[in-house]
Design a protein around this ligand. Structure first.
Ligand code: S3P
Length: 225
């Protein structure tokens, strides 16, 4: 995760452009051969992006962090993982916060961290699956971010989350049942996202391309209105 500071060149770039929020200068120059002269990575054409955060929402296990990292690279924005930011702020893992302080304290801390991140300059932000439960966070996301719901089949998500034991809300439960119960409460909230992308069982790269296409479409429509 890249730390942001007000003196950071990237922050200065952002505030000094004086451009409307839409099309900030694109990423590094691309040569005719498609190679980024400053890096050995294969460069692709820069994606015009808005001057606000892209917030990924959706159930745990849909791939918000992995997809978010790749998306950030494509739109040339820093990536921030909401859970990691909470862990840094609390100096405890998410599991420890749940075990020592309980879910209510976790949610209060999560809302504070979300506010700080959403009020900061634009990033790609992978939110924790339950961040949308907080009304203030939802309101901030509406005004400060373009929100993307990563939607996936619950059976696929249940199979994925079984691989790791880092999610306190699933501990000792049948993952599909627990996720189904969460979906009932959260889907109406996720549904209010600006953009909805079905991520399914495909490769993360495919998900990134689908998100970029949906975002470009959304931003273009938004600009036309
Ligand atoms: C939670 C999701 C987790 C984490 C915490 C609670 C939730 O984040 O914030 O375990 O309520 O859905 P991920 O969605 O990144 O797994």
């Amino acid at each position: 995760m890249r730390a942001l500071a007000s003196g950071d060149a990237w922050c200065r770039d952002w505030s000094d452009h004086g451009l409307p929020f839409f099309f900030l200068p694109p990423g590094p120059p691309v040569t005719a051969a498609g190679a980024d002269p400053k890096s050995s990575r294969t460069a692709r054409p820069a994606i015009p992006r808005p001057g606000r955060t892209i917030a990924l929402v959706g159930l745990m296990g849909v791939g918000k962090s992995t997809v978010g990292r790749r998306l950030a690279h494509r739109v040339d924005l820093p990536f921030v993982d909401g859970d990691e930011a909470i862990e840094t702020a609390a100096r405890m893992t998410v599991s420890e916060i749940f075990a020592r302080l309980g879910e209510a304290e976790f949610r209060a801390g999560e809302a504070r961290v979300m506010r700080r991140l959403l009020e900061a300059p634009p990033v790609v932000l992978a939110t924790g699956g339950g961040a949308v439960l907080n009304a203030d966070t939802r309101a901030l996301m509406k005004t400060r971010a373009t929100t993307v719901w990563l939607r996936a089949d619950l059976k696929i998500v249940a199979a994925r989350v079984q691989r790791r034991d880092t999610r306190p809300l699933l501990r000792g439960k049948d993952p599909l049942q627990a996720l189904t119960a969460m979906a009932e409460v959260r889907y109406p909230l996720y549904e209010t996202a600006d953009v909805i992308v079905d991520v399914g069982a495909g490769a993360h790269g495919q998900a990134v391309e689908a998100i970029l296409a949906a975002l470009t479409d959304y931003w273009t429509r938004e600009m036309d209105t």
